[in-house]
Design a protein around this ligand. Structure first.
Ligand SMILES: [Zn+2]
Length: 55
């Protein structure tokens, strides 16, 4: 599973500005705001951000 934090686009559920994106094959993605982000997507995005900071 591939997930990142984003500032682009809007939540698929409520239309608020998106905070997280779940990346899918074929250039598709699901966008979530802070409220609707699934716990797993949030964890993956946070983990990825932490990894990139230490790099
Ligand atoms: Zn939302």
């Amino acid at each position: 599973m591939n997930a990142v934090k984003t500032h682009v686009g809007r939540c698929d559920t409520c239309g608020k500005p998106a905070a997280y994106a779940q990346l899918l094959p074929n250039n598709r993605r699901f966008l979530y705001c802070d409220e609707h982000v699934p716990a797993l997507v949030k964890r993956e995005a946070d983990k990825r951000e932490a990894t990139e900071k230490t790099r």
